[in-house]
Write a protein that binds this ligand. Sequence first.
Ligand SMILES: [Ca+2]
Ligand SMILES: [Ca+2]
Ligand SMILES: [Ca+2]
Length: 286
Amino acid sequence: MNPGRITLILLASLASGAFACGITATEDESDSGENNASAAAEDDAAIPESTEMPLESAVAPPESDEAVSESDEAVSESADALVIVSALGSSGQNDFDGDGRADMTVWRPSNGTWYVLTSSSNWSTSIVRQWGLSGDTPLADTDFDGDGQADMAVWRPSNGTWYVRTSSSTWNSTFSRQWGLSGDVPFASTDFDGDGRADMAVWRPSNGTWYVRTSSSTWNSAFSRQWGLSGDIPLASVDLDGDGRSEMTVWRPGNGTWYARTSASDWNSAFSRQWGLSGDIPLARK
Ligand SMILES: [Ca+2]
Ligand SMILES: [Ca+2]
Ligand SMILES: [Ca+2]
């Protein structure tokens, strides 16, 4: 579960009514219902066990006494529900048109389609692209090509593949990378290498390991760090040391403790603070 992701589900009956006006305004749908994502997959690497030797935890993690719920998966698989794409992320804007203001964005699981009402049109013109399938996890507010505009990206749990439509191609060109396995937690809008473009990162609950493909390598090189235990809540878009790169942070519900590996140490040094109690919700942008 990614508690930082703010994902709202409207019941289908409510959502379809609320959304009807947005659909009628749509005129620039460029793609048929065909999903190019599967054909576009490059599948250029299975996830390695580790490209670097896992490091010993600087703070010995105690056993967790709480399990992580998997409600995110349930959200994505709700065929008749609308997923309101989170407005939280690197810019917090879901800014597809690049004017620095938030666009109104939803992703529809039943047809894998993105509906964007652009701020630059005073929210009167839409961008619509089919991208993704029912069961995919939409990644909000993520900029892989670094042009300052949001791309359209989904992560597919069944094959652990990232599918991206780039804003620099007016969301017409795509690429994909296999990264992660079913059961992993994918993160939107992370930047571990600090190049201003989104990396592809997952956290694996079964072994508490972070796997990162870096954008600076065109998502071809990767590294990993063991950090956290099953039951922890991973928080990816947290920059605790302020160097513009993501920390690897988990919050442990069982003892209310934050454990962070710092980017400034290339994720080799760590510290922790007990802050919060079991039942609290750690707040972080997702
Ligand atoms: Ca972009
Ligand atoms: Ca990056
Ligand atoms: Ca940092």
